[in-house]
Ligand binder design. Structure first.
Ligand SMILES: CC(C)(COP(=O)(O)OP(=O)(O)OC[C@H]1O[C@@H](n2cnc3c(N)ncnc32)[C@H](O)[C@@H]1OP(=O)(O)O)[C@@H](O)C(=O)NCCC(=O)NCCS
Length: 180
């Protein structure tokens, strides 16, 4: 049995089994707590019958005018709870909340261009590549950099689908041209 509920600060003591994944970004405590303070309704988790964390979505809203959007900062599901629809549930929930009450135009996210599984999953959820952010990951010394795809899905407010484009894979930008 799985429940969907808001992420609570003490959940940070339970997050390691979910974060033990090379494709899941690990942040410092202050970063998680800032999200909880600023966007408490957009940071939520799935828990099993024993109350253990099985996955979570860390989201936010940002941007001005037509760029007002929901953003997936981190989505991760514990390895032993994958492929039972938890990511779909977490993404659906963020989309619903970004649509109403936030009235955002679209949702977006950044994903490593090597993360084929996640890219295909998001395409299956109706997202498409808007642009390629060159060297988005790994700006730290000694790290190999990797590009990100900025993927987007229009919400009901974007009636004319102005937030998406064809062939976004070929539209290259630098990290300082995007919201971080
Ligand atoms: C990507 C990730 C979140 C998917 O979580 P999940 O709970 O297993 O995904 P779901 O069960 O909701 O699957 C949704 C759809 O994605 C696709 N999918 C998910 N895992 C897949 C796999 N291993 N192989 C093929 N397709 C897969 C399927 O189309 C699936 O729908 P279906 O089961 O009806 O066929 C999880 O693998 C994960 O945490 N990965 C590491 C972190 C990461 O990459 N996060 C995303 C980066 S932004």
């Amino acid at each position: 049995m799985t429940s969907l509920r808001p992420f609570h600060a003490p959940d940070l003591f339970k997050v390691n089994p979910v974060n033990l994944d090379v494709l899941t970004e690990n942040y410092n405590i202050a970063f998680y707590l800032t999200y909880l303070a600023q966007w408490p309704t957009l940071f939520f988790s799935t828990v099993n019958a024993d109350g253990n964390l099985t996955g979570y979505m860390m989201g936010k809203t940002e941007g001005d005018g037509k760029e007002w959007h929901g953003h997936v900062t981190c989505l991760s599901v514990a390895a032993e709870y994958r492929r039972i629809g938890l990511a779909r549930t977490l993404v659906d929930n963020l989309e619903r909340r970004s649509d109403d009450p936030a009235h955002a135009f679209f949702i977006d996210l950044f994903v490593r261009t090597s993360n084929r599984l996640a890219i295909d999953m998001y395409k299956g959820f109706g997202y498409s590549v808007y642009r390629r952010v060159v060297g988005y990951y790994g700006a730290d010394p000694g790290e190999e950099s990797e590009d990100a795809f900025d993927m987007r899905k229009p919400l009901s407010r974007d009636v004319n689908r102005q937030s998406v484009r064809e062939n976004g894979e070929n539209f290259k930008v630098s990290p300082d041209e995007v919201y971080l």
